[in-house]
Ligand binder design. Structure first.
Ligand code: UDP
Length: 479
């Protein structure tokens, strides 16, 4: 029987869970000498690998075996009620499918020693318990939202529930004194009759699961896709109850993950337009890159306001408008001053010298990728963790929030104001001397993250695997 630890990484089907999970699997193998199996839904697996077989890499140490959620041709929100997706498709169908994967791996002489699951996949912890295997959640959002959910489920619920109507009501969690209601994850401020409230259930299950696994000697662990210097307060906030292994931010090496078994990492198909060649033609730091990630949609009215703002500020732009985000009549943004693509290789775009600003919905992957590439941001947070991420971006000093009008739209003039604050007045020189403070901070964080990537992250992943192995020995009373 094999001695090396074997981690089964279970990812929710959406892009922002898949990317860091693939990277984590990759790093557990390459940096810590472990074996890893990556598992997401059959439909997402097919999009990433264009096959249903099990692509192997790193001498077979990394494998990719999908589980079925009962929607092998693809699940889209709205197909069934979210509660049915969680309670029937994940807790029953996916659990059964994952359980057979665990059984098959054991029968093949590669028993799983730990299941790592992304948030919203807490059902995988029950599968682990059934097979008497430990499990660890992988928090793919910032540690600050983990702390917010943790405290909400441990006594802060009444205070938050009573003040959801006031966006500027201060919510001081231990060690995090400066948050307000609008900076909290949106799931904490929706009313219980809001359909989105169902997404709180797996998070409540996760915290309950972590509580039940706690013993006098061992605190529950969470792997967090963040870096201790990015969020020291959030990590301190839960430190006496939870051991946070800050192992990221992982997406900064997206290019490395693309080498995995020829995978593209993306669930979406890259646009055929040669947007990189177009970027090559643009002056340094001049282009505004706009994307709302893999899930949020830009309304037609918002896109028109954005187009107006960009036209008035006379800056070239590269806009991602996914296929599922075209409105009736297939209108798109005018392409005279810029380029519209359906999907791009975002890390490559952010690394391009022509990109001077990222107008983003502030998904955690997008925010940390931008930070890693030193690109300052204008944020238009929509929901989930994005308001918290926006707060962090402003705390780090690398971006500004575009304020919405009473109708909930960022108007053209507001976008222009934000672009000017980040990129400087149109036509200003792009030398370091005249750069805005925001641009300067973006450079500072880029350097800090590069230094951390050269060693500290490897150490933390190795540390996690070593501590995990030690803990198992303590439990089995082998030392
Ligand atoms: N992304 C990409 N190409 C695009 C748009 C997005 O590769 O055209 C990637 C981006 O690099 C990031 C992920 O999709 O890794 C989006 O994750 P994020 O957490 O930012 O947002 P979400 O999709 O969860 O809203």
């Amino acid at each position: 029987m094999e001695k090396r630890p074997h981690f089964l990484i279970v990812s929710f089907y959406i892009q922002s869970h898949v990317t860091p999970s693939l990277l984590l699997a990759n790093r557990l193998v390459r940096w810590a000498g472990a074996r890893a199996t990556f598992s997401t839904t059959v439909s997402s697996h097919r999009c990433i690998f264009s096959t249903t077989t099990n692509p192997l890499s790193f001498g077979g140490l990394l494998s990719h075996i999908p589980y079925s959620d009962g929607f092998d041709d693809g699940y889209h929100p709205g197909m069934i009620a979210d509660s049915d997706y969680y309670d029937t498709h994940l807790k029953l169908i996916a659990s059964k499918s994952l359980s057979s994967i665990v059984g098959d791996l054991a029968a093949a002489g590669r028993p799983v020693t730990c299941i790592i699951y992304t948030c919203f996949s807490t059902w995988a912890a029950a599968v682990a318990r059934h097979h008497c295997i430990p499990s660890v959640p992988f928090w793919i959002q910032p540690a600050t939202t983990f702390a917010a959910f943790w405290h909400y489920f441990h006594g802060y619920d009444s205070l938050i529930n009573a003040n959801v109507g006031d966006p500027f009501f201060p919510v001081a969690f231990p060690s995090i004194p400066r948050l307000h209601v609008r900076d909290l994850p949106s799931l904490l401020t929706v009313t219980s009759d809001d359909p989105a409230a169902i997404h709180l259930h797996p998070l409540l299950d996760m915290c309950a699961d972590m509580d039940s696994g706690r013993s006098s000697e061992l605190k529950p662990k969470v792997l967090a896709n963040t870096w201790s210097e990015l969020e020291p307060e959030a990590i301190a906030s839960v430190a006496n109850k939870v051991e946070v292994f800050a192992i990221g931010p992982l997406p900064m090496e997206a290019a490395a993950a693309m080498a995995i078994a020829g995978s593209e990492v993306s669930i979406f198909k890259e646009d055929e337009k040669d947007y990189m060649a177009w970027l090559d033609e643009q002056p340094e730091g001049s282009v505004v890159y706009i994307s709302f990630g893999s899930y949020c949609k830009i309304t037609k009215e918002q896109a028109e306001e954005m187009a107006k703002g960009l036209r008035e500020s006379q800056r070239p732009y590269l806009l991602v408008l996914r296929k599922d985000n075209r409105w009736d009549g297939r209108q798109s943004m005018p392409e005279r001053e810029g380029m519209v693509v359906e999907w791009c290789a975002q890390s490559k775009v952010l690394a391009h010298r022509a990109v001077g600003c990222f107008v983003t919905h502030c998904g955690w992957n997008s925010a940390t990728e931008s930070l890693a590439h030193g690109v300052p941001m204008v944020g238009l947070p929509q929901w989930m963790d994005q308001g918290t991420n926006m707060w962090l971006v402003e705390e780090w000093g690398v971006g500004v929030r575009a304020e919405v009008s009473e109708e909930g739209i960022v108007r053209a003039a507001e976008l222009r104001r934000c672009l000017e604050r980040v990129m400087g007045p149109q036509g200003s020189s792009s030398d370091i001397e005249s750069d805005s403070e925001i641009k300067r901070m973006a450079r500072v964080w880029k350097e800090r993250l590069q230094q951390a990537a050269d060693g500290a992250m490897t150490k933390r992943i190795k540390g996690f695997v070593e501590e995990f192995a030690l803990q198992e020995k303590v439990k089995l009373k082998l030392i």
